[in-house]
Design a protein around this ligand. Structure first.
Ligand SMILES: NC(=O)c1ccc[n+]([C@@H]2O[C@H](COP(=O)([O-])OP(=O)(O)OC[C@H]3O[C@@H](n4cnc5c(N)ncnc54)[C@H](OP(=O)(O)O)[C@@H]3O)[C@@H](O)[C@H]2O)c1
Length: 246
């Protein structure tokens, strides 16, 4: 029997910390991103190159990924919507149509689409099934300059809660949660620190967090997310903050 993790953006950042934690716990891993991680530790990770900011072909590609798995030998399957972007930082009116489309596509539309395909394709699987959405504290707290990011993540939180209600009504429905990972040392934080104070008024706070060594390492947060997944001591549809589990 096999334990399987499918993750978007498993090649770098928080995703690579999550991959490491699940790999150490004997999961077979499929990661979807635009680029490949060439490190040795990724030799056993099936990496699929796909641009998740484009919907064309996505439904077929993700259905095929699920259809290549022999459901009869799956002990447990976890799907993590992790790939995401901050998009362009700045007041809403500084964003072009394509800026708006790109961030909402990657952070919101694609997770909705992939979640929907996962639910459909695995509905007759007998193993335990779980979806974890990597959300953000920005879903619940507005930040000057991040209106699209905050709203894109707030939509993910409500999707998590609503899908949980639907899945609770189904025999062997899928469990679904969202997790706020906290402030993690990734390229996304580098992008934040490069913002001008005019586009992001809180930039100095994030520079200070880095300088005081306050950013969490990707492997630490990966293990914490794995730990929360394993605990199962929360309701279906829960929105969880990693810092509450330290
Ligand atoms: N870092 C933080 O402090 C923090 C805090 C709260 C929430 N988060 C959330 O955590 C998640 C991971 O963020 P991170 O900090 O690890 O960011 P990151 O280092 O920038 O990594 C982003 C990941 O998404 C993938 N990705 C980006 N655009 C993509 C596209 N068009 N198609 C396919 N994959 C794409 C990237 O791979 P490729 O570039 O190879 O495509 C990469 O694996 C995001 O959802 C983010 O919102 C992060």
């Amino acid at each position: 029997m096999k334990k399987i993790l499918i993750i978007t953006g498993g090649n770098k950042g928080i995703g690579s910390g999550i991959v490491s934690a699940y790999k150490n716990n004997s999961y077979q891993i499929i990661s979807i991103a635009r680029t490949l991680n060439q490190l040795d530790e990724y030799k056993e990770v099936k990496q699929i190159v796909l641009d998740l900011s484009k919907t064309e072909g996505l439904e077929n590609a993700f259905s095929q990924i699920l259809n290549t798995i022999n459901k009869d030998i799956v002990e447990r399957i976890v799907f993590i919507n992790n790939a995401g972007t901050l998009g362009k930082i700045g007041r809403l009116e500084t964003n072009s149509v394509s800026d708006i489309q790109n961030i909402i596509q990657l952070n919101t539309i694609t997770p909705f689409l992939l979640t929907s395909i996962f639910l459909k394709e695995t509905q007759n699987w007998h193993c335990p099934k779980k979806i974890i959405n990597i959300s953000s504290g920005a879903a619940a707290k507005p930040y000057y300059g991040w209106s699209l990011y905050c709203a894109s993540k707030a939509a993910i939180d409500m999707m998590t809660k609503s899908v949980a209600v639907e899945q609770e009504a189904i025999l062997n429905g899928t469990k679904i949660i969202a997790i706020y990972p906290g402030v993690v040392d990734t390229d996304m934080q580098t992008q934040i620190r490069k913002s001008s104070p005019e586009s992001f008024v809180d930039v100095q706070r994030f520079i200070d967090l880095k300088e005081s060594n306050f950013l969490v390492k990707i492997n630490t947060v990966g293990q914490e997310i794995f730990g929360i997944d394993s605990l199962e001591n929360y309701q279906n549809g829960a929105i969880l903050n990693v810092s509450d589990y330290r």
